[in-house]
Design a protein around this ligand. Structure first.
Ligand SMILES: [Zn+2]
Length: 64
């Protein structure tokens, strides 16, 4: 069941937990929908994604 209205707090938690890949698809979709209407959370999700990319690159670099 997809919740159409979640709070910023919930959206933030889902965004952070999504890194573990344990978050159910329905919750991810809820967060996506929330981000469509909430510019704050949209910006936050983008920053998290950038940080993840940066740390993945860093990990790759240190593995070599
Ligand atoms: Zn929000």
């Amino acid at each position: 069941m997809i919740k159409l209205t979640i709070t910023c707090r919930e959206a933030t938690q889902i965004t952070l937990q999504a890194e573990d890949r344990q978050v159910p698809l329905a919750e991810r979709l809820s967060a996506r929908l929330h981000q469509r209407v909430c510019s704050n959370c949209r910006r936050f999700a983008r920053q998290v994604a950038l940080m993840r990319q940066a740390s993945a690159r860093w990990r790759q670099y240190t593995d070599e």
